[in-house]
Design a binder for this molecule. Structure first.
Ligand SMILES: *Cc1c(COP(=O)(O)O)cnc(C)c1O
Length: 232
């Protein structure tokens, strides 16, 4: 067994234990293995171990890997910054697009999804922490964007996504995650499809679990340190 499978076993065990200890059902939490910059051999290894959900953040890399792995029943998650001109590559491959926050992206996703006769599941990225370097809309802009998104038949908004602030302060991180949950709980009444909370990465996935996360995006804790000069 290689280090990747070993890491995965540990993380899976931690997710089970922690969800149990905070009275959450382990089955309500999807682990997305963020494979960006790592070779397809790593993905194949996890796939053999039962992991089917993988996350990528670059359209080019996603295309290349999806082509190489076309015989595998993988659900791809696009989690990166969206370039509108790359949406035509992202939509045919992705089960979920996590990082949508502009209406023009929704317009283009709808157009491409129509061409491929699919309903594209998307999440709206929210900049809960308010850090300027982060993508996403402000929480008070969500209402308007959800209203706009309803007009597009081939797009389905299934949840919200956020990134933790750059800090080691667990209380700060938790505040941000709970802020996302509060938004979801508020809007799910009018938008019943809005169920998913995509939050939690290698350093904060336990805090995310106790804050209600339904989708964990974990990379380096599974695959090791990323080297952006290769593969990506
Ligand atoms: C890279 C990335 C992750 C995974 O980060 P790790 O710290 O390696 O777990 C999660 N979400 C997004 C949006 C990313 O770009």
């Amino acid at each position: 067994m290689s280090f990747i499978t070993e890491n995965l076993k540990n993380i899976t065990e931690n997710i089970k234990k922690h969800s149990n200890s905070v009275n959450r059902n382990y089955n309500d939490i999807l682990l997305i293995a963020v494979s960006k910059t790592f070779p397809v051999e790593y993905i194949k290894e996890l796939y053999e171990f039962g992991i089917k959900n993988f996350g990528e953040n670059k359209a080019q890399e996603l295309r290349k890997k999806a082509e190489e792995l076309k015989d595998y029943d993988i659900k791809w998650h696009f989690i990166g910054r969206i370039q509108t001109n790359k949406i035509k590559y992202i939509v045919p491959i992705s089960e979920y697009i996590h990082s949508v926050f502009r209406e023009k992206e929704i317009v283009e996703i709808d157009k491409i999804a129509k061409k491929h006769s699919k309903i594209q599941k998307i999440l709206i990225e929210i900049n809960v922490s308010g850090e300027e370097t982060k993508g996403g809309i402000e929480p008070n802009e969500l209402n308007e964007l959800l209203k706009q998104a309803e007009k597009y038949e081939n797009v389905k908004v299934v949840g919200l996504m956020t990134m933790a602030p750059y800090t080691n302060d667990e209380n700060e991180i938790k505040k941000v995650f709970l802020g996302l949950k509060e938004l979801r709980d508020k809007y799910v009444k009018d938008y019943p499809d809005l169920r998913e909370l995509s939050m939690g990465m290698s350093n904060d996935y336990l805090i995310a679990i106790e804050s209600g996360s339904t989708m964990l995006r974990i990379g380096s804790l599974i695959f090791g340190k990323r080297n952006y000069n290769i593969g990506g």
